[in-house]
Design a protein around this ligand. Sequence first.
Ligand code: ADP
Ligand code: MN
Ligand code: MN
Ligand code: MN
Length: 423
Amino acid sequence: MYAMRAILRARPVLKRAAAATAASAAATAFAFGPEAICEKLTFKLVEDKTTPLDLEIQQRFLAMDQGDKVQAEYVWIGGHNELRCKTKTLMRAPLDVDELPVWNYDGSSTDQAPGTDSEVLLVPRAMYKDPFRAGPSGTSKNIIVLCDCYKPDPDAPMGVGEAIPTNTRVKCAKIMDAVKAHEPWFGIEQEYTLFEPDGVTPYGWPVGGYPSRPQGPYYCSIGQENAYGRPVVEAHYRACLYAGINISGINGEVMPGQWEYQVGPCTGIDSPDQLIISRYLLIRVCEQFGVVVSFDPKPIPGDWNGAGCHTNVSTKAMRAPDGYSIIVKAMDRLGAPGKQDEHIKAYDISGGEDNKRRLTGAHETAPITKFSWGVANRGCSVRIPRMTEKDKCGYFEDRRPASNMDPYVVTGKIMETCVLPDA
Ligand code: ADP
Ligand code: MN
Ligand code: MN
Ligand code: MN
């Protein structure tokens, strides 16, 4: 932190950056964890002249033949919602995720276990092609393995004991199993903001200042003066397609340097699983370009749009003729006493605190205090698309989830409120 403050002092014009520092530290908390981010950003700041490592040289080695062996990148969620990973060499390519070995890591290094009993088990849940190790012809068998985390128990089957407290996937999987017959689909719109490695300057913004023009020209924009960071967006889009993520689109956002991609529709637990891996791919792509991605819901205070994770939802009945009445029933359930508070608590990673900065009633949001729904209204908590009203079937869009939300918690909570009573 010392180096960061020193730099802020040295530049008196850094009013915006100073205000943004706290938000930005929380912002990137998703990616790195609250303590780690300060260290990481400070490190980047002091190491301004770090020698860039030439990715073309790395490429010479990535192009080499690797024989039959397969690199499996195990990915999991650490103690502060950050993503972690480590690689295991497999003797051959697995045909199914069930063939992958349970592995372990040092949970005391991620705040998920005491040093005296540090092992946490990684149970493989889904696998995807690894775009970072695609090989010279893009056909390598290297994989990314999404895992969730458990305590070891020598007496349990396979030695896998109960889930550790940060494992939100287990509860989500139970709910998705219970509502399976309703065939829930989710389409999640992930918004995010690119930053310079200093962690306070949104990518494309002047250091210590603001863009010369307010919001307006940037949304879905083109041109050097409007669209900041497209190479990251394009690279991530292809990385997702290669991996097998059901990415359905991308667009530039209202705040310059902010972008969105959508994952879905995906069925049940596949939705949060894919969203987690899509975030993993984005952070890795940004790492290669030397920029930082923030999932903070309001990275820059003031008259700049925040970042959300609009969650589009439907069930088989909602998609069928006269599904509109089922959607309205879901609205009644979301609007029942106590439900707004319960959902807001579940819609960011800090029990609703982060969303207080975003859900103000301005900038295409509804106030955090009250549930509302409407057709084609982007100032409501939930929007029903015009086409859904017209067709009398379709889906609804919950606009409240923040960009840093836990997709297992959000999709699970929506099912719990809207569908579980009928299951
Ligand atoms: P917006 O108009 O709010 O910007 P987007 O086009 O960005 O919406 O995202 C809508 C998302 O909803 C997409 O991922 C899309 O695949 C998904 N979607 C479409 N139909 C359904 C449905 N019936 N159920 C759930 N999600 C859906
Ligand atoms: Mn969208
Ligand atoms: Mn958007
Ligand atoms: Mn939307």
